[in-house]
Write a protein that binds this ligand. Structure first.
Ligand code: FES
Length: 145
């Protein structure tokens, strides 16, 4: 399966790239198999994510999924952002090749990691809200590449 036009478009023109000064939360996740790293910054006002930025050192699909994930959570409440799944990110991008599914999992986890950091900074234990971020189950796909 080739990349969809949307994936190519987000890869070529990623939205919300960069660092954020004074973020409310920062999350960094990595995939130990492919070595790609994704960092997400969120700004929270009230319970709304008013701004999102990302830095991704990784493959094209990782960049496209980070870009789409930022678009999907910007302006949403934290609660809504936590319901974002890698499947929703993939659907919004009109799909990903099977060997690239783990890249979208990284995007979902990066958002959750940023929200976890936000709660930690508030003195709230994030585990009961966000859960434990585990290495994605799809990561073995990388070895089959
Ligand atoms: Fe590892 Fe895309 S995030 S190959």
């Amino acid at each position: 399966m080739a990349y969809s036009e949307k994936v190519m478009e987000h890869f070529a023109n990623p939205r919300n790239v960069g660092e954020m000064e004074d973020p409310s939360g920062v999350g960094e996740v990595g995939n130990s198999k492919c070595g790609d790293i994704m960092r997400m910054y969120i700004k929270v006002e009230g319970d709304v994510i008013t701004d999102v930025k990302f830095m991704t050192f990784g493959c094209g699909a990782a960049i496209a999924t980070s870009s789409m994930a930022t678009e999907l959570v910007k302006g949403k409440t934290i609660k809504e952002a936590l319901t974002l799944t890698n499947k929703a990110v993939m659907e919004a991008l009109d799909g990903l090749p099977a060997v690239k599914v783990h890249c979208s999992v990284l995007a979902e986890q990066a958002i959750k990691a940023a929200v976890s950091d936000y709660y930690t900074r508030q003195g709230i234990d994030p585990v009961s809200i966000v859960g434990v971020l585990e290495e994605c189950e799809d990561c073995h796909d990388v070895e089959e590449e």
